[in-house]
Design a protein around this ligand. Sequence first.
Ligand code: AMP
Ligand code: MG
Length: 418
Amino acid sequence: MTELIPIREAQEKILSVIKPTEPELCFSEKAYRRVLANDVFSPLNLPPFTNSSMDGFAVCSNDLINASPTSPVQLPVKMDIPAGSGNIATLKPDEAARILTGAPLPVGADAVVPVENTDQFKSGQSTILPALVTFYSTVKPGENVRPAGEDVRKGQLVLKKGRVLQPQDIGLLISLGIRQVQVAKKARIALFSSGDELLEPNENLTPGKIYDSNRFVLTGLLEAAGAEVIQLGVAQDTKESVIATLDRALQDLPDMIISSAGVSVGVFDYVQQVIKANGTLTFWKVNMRPGKPVAFGNYKGIPFMGLPGNPVSAYIGLIVFAIPFIRQIHGLPPFAQKLIKAVLTEPLESHDGRESFYRGFIRRENGVNLASLTGHQGSGNLYSLVQANALLIVPAGVKVIPVGETVSAWALDSSLGE
Ligand code: AMP
Ligand code: MG
């Protein structure tokens, strides 16, 4: 029997095939989930010009210093400043300007009185500029004004190298007029499923068949890690189909080809054979459960990972082996899974001492994390994974962990805490 290799050794072998790559330019609007290769400094002030934060009237605060409900102050309305107005107007003392949110504050004004606090707040407001406006209270200098540079100063460091760009980061880049950013290469993964039993989502379920769920689970995990997924569909259980699918994968020059199923020792499991004949099989059994038959090597020089077919094994295999590979290509630390501690409310067993991942649910009671199992742990049973918020870990070499012991767990839900 081939030796089972430890998880960490398998991970290291996979990471060792990554070649360093140059960063590339990416349009800011396309950079969601890309990893910044450089620090980004602001070329502008934000907001770029001093503007109003309310719909109302721009004034010189000094003119309203005596305004009160019993002695209102009335000023002539000299101009209208809508949002988008390109001319920075000048306001003289004892004048007001009607101004809308986001419109540039006129020179000479230092505050905005919201329309609600004037005599102009009435139903059916008119677009016609009123001749006069009455104020009933004072306003502080700077009130309802957003000064240029309040949010970001020109030259300021706003996004650091290594940052995984979030939607709000893209918003900031666009607001700053930054058209392109240098980002790490995006990992390209060619993905296929294998098996004659697999159906497309729109096909009718017929006897002996099942839907190809792995493709969608794996695609989701890969895309969440920021990889580009090249879809190759399903390879049939023939040597020719497996070869044809792998050859198609090569055309897209992926960083890795990932398949699910067909890697074990069944008579129709051709994946291993084909890899051996056309590349290298570095390992194909890892000391873990679920997910022992994980194959890794290369097909005609391109890294290849064959995940098991059982849905939970494929899921765990992907997060244990493929996600670190993708993170490393993206220039991120490869191992970033959040580990938490929890006290067992039922025992965990691994009769042969393989490192095991149990689908569990952790709940917090009186400040303590309590872990239970989420049902049948068969590696084909996706529902217990759907119900899980963590994977409870039995380390290699340990055969049983009794109730009341503390275990480490991988959080599947980012809201889980220590
Ligand atoms: P195999 O590795 O081909 O022996 O497959 C192991 C188990 O996983 C079998 O029960 C398959 O039917 C199942 N399986 C294989 N591929 C998929 C898939 N893409 N989606 C869901 N289940 C699958
Ligand atoms: Mg199969």
